[in-house]
Design a protein around this ligand. Structure first.
Ligand code: NAD
Length: 473
């Protein structure tokens, strides 16, 4: 992007600027891509007020009309795909092909979500009364999104919130606000004013949203630590919450697995988006009979996967998204090294501009090391050897997280039995990351509260209302 364009927020269907702005960096070069408005309490109040004004008319529209507008969001995404993908690559760091995939996935999600047949009204008749059980919108939804998949995760919130008749105040991460601001701008003429407001800001804006008395529900995706802070401040007006938080997903490779056939799926299951993926494989438990072969196959894939700037030919993994995360990963690497662990690949961070981090495989570190206990959220994967399946299940479940998991084996039935015993909301057998709008995703333990996607996830944007009418005799 040669001449930085001016990015504005969208409030009440109009462009809004803030008295201050902040720079957004390209993680591949550390140069400024553009600046974004740094909204304070005043702009947030304006956005919430505009969403509140728009809420009654939006809720009163027939579901069919809202469906059509959610499909329109998909069309806008697709007709601006190249521009949005280029911007996403610049601010997020991911390779251009992955940025395109993300825009397409977001568009596809809108269409799938819009197609949901929602039980918005049920009637129960008896001799004495007629009972209508309605699902009504909550009002104003606040959505807070992280920096790993800024477009897809914004849509995961916007589509169900709007479909069910809520209006929205959407806040992207301060590290990746630009594509979301642009999308808000593109939708100004598509949605009625105030239905979708997009605000950007620094670290102070999220807490202002979770404490805002004019927001009825918060749908938050981010770390478990921030989730706890959000939950505490949401108590101010008993906000409804959906929290999609961190994970430390285990994958278990059983002794009868066809290692060569599954290694690529496991590699990309761990490293897609530079492992900055809540559902990435973050601990890989491999049976001792196949451990060495798996280690070799993954090391070979790591060596042949090019890490570099998102617009360079052949690059499959970009830089880590931001300096804070880059420093955290370097610290984790040093801690792992200081414990005497061996690296099968990687382990050396190159000097120079950009947050480039090598794909790093750690050879059977102790379960007590930080690289096993913590969520790295970056390309460091511990390979852990096991002898007995019971032992692998117990070790996999020994985590405060319960987001996802996978089991890989030649006997799919036996693998599925193991998968059922993993304490996680989303588990896969001999495949991974087959996400669909129709599949509910719930974080168990400290990986979240509530559900995203599926009918259950969509209905989290509604509240039950029961109307009982006495029959005339
Ligand atoms: P983060 O928690 O630092 O930030 C997430 C968002 O919250 C950002 O928009 C940030 O500005 C905002 N925020 C920060 N402090 C806040 C506060 N006190 N109150 C309200 N909002 C606040 O997370 P991150 O580093 O951007 O993202 C990485 C984390 O997100 C990882 O832990 C990852 O596992 C998790 N994640 C989870 C899912 C999921 O679906 N479960 C998906 C993607 C990422």
């Amino acid at each position: 992007m040669e001449t930085p364009i001016e990015f504005s927020m969208t409030i009440d269907g109009k462009a809004v600027h803030a008295p201050r702005r902040f720079d957004v960096l390209d993680p591949a070069t550390e140069s400024v891509v553009a600046s974004a408005p740094d909204a304070g309490a005043e702009q947030l109040d304006e956005a919430v007020a505009s969403a509140r004004r728009a809420a009654p008319a939006w809720a009163a529209l027939p579901l069919e009309s809202r469906r059509q507008l959610v499909v329109r969001i998909s069309e806008v995404l697709l007709s601006n795909q190249e521009m949005l993908a280029e911007l996403l690559m610049r601010e997020q760091g991911k390779p251009i092909a992955a940025a395109r995939q993300e825009v397409q996935a977001a568009a596809h999600w809108c269409v799938e979500m819009a197609g949901f047949d929602l039980p918005m009204e049920e009637t129960i008749e008896s001799a004495e009364e007629r009972v209508r059980v309605l699902r009504v919108p909550l009002g104003v939804v606040g959505s807070i999104v992280p920096w790993n998949f800024p477009v897809v995760l914004a849509v995961w919130k916007a589509a169900p919130a709007l479909l069910t008749g809520n209006t929205l105040v959407l806040k992207p991460s301060p590290f990746t606000p630009l594509t979301t601001l642009k999308l808000g701008e593109l939708l100004r003429d598509v949605l009625p004013p105030g239905v979708l407001n997009v605000v950007s800001g620094g670290d102070a804006l999220g807490p202002l949203m979770s404490a805002h008395p004019g927001i009825d529900k918060l749908s938050f995706t981010g770390s478990t630590q921030t989730g706890r802070a959000v939950m505490a401040s949401a108590a101010v007006n008993l906000k409804r919450l959906t929290l999609e938080l961190g994970g430390n997903d285990a994958a278990i490779v059983l002794p009868d697995a066809d290692v060569d056939a599954i290694a690529p799926a496991i590699f990309w299951g761990a490293f897609y988006n530079n492992a900055q993926f809540c559902l990435a494989i973050k601990r890989l438990y491999v049976h001792e009979d196949v451990y060495d072969r798996m280690a070799q196959a993954l090391a070979e894939l790591a060596r042949t996967t090019r890490v570099g700037p998102g617009d360079a030919e052949g690059v499959l993994l970009g830089p880590v998204q931001n300096r804070r995360q880059f420093e955290r990963l370097k610290n984790l690497l040093e801690d792992t090294r200081s414990q005497g662990c061996r690296f099968l690949t990687g382990g050396e961070v190159p000097e120079g501009k950009g947050y480039f981090f090598p794909v790093t495989l750690v050879d059977n570190p102790p379960d007590t090391t930080r690289v096993v206990r913590e969520e790295p959220f970056g390309p460091i994967l511990p390979l852990l050897k096991f002898r007995d399946v019971e032992e692998a299940i117990a070790r996999a479940n020994d985590s405060e997280y319960g987001l996802g998991g996978s089991v890989w084996g030649g006997d799919a039935e036996a693998a599925a039995k193991v998968a059922l015993r993993l304490q996680a909301g989303t588990v896969w057998v001999n495949q991974i990351h087959t996400l669909k709008a129709g599949k509910p995703m719930a974080g168990h333990k400290q990986s979240g509260i509530g559900v995203e996607n599926g009918v259950d996830g969509v209905l989290e944007y509604t509240v039950t209302k029961t109307v009982s009418s006495k029959r005339a005799h």
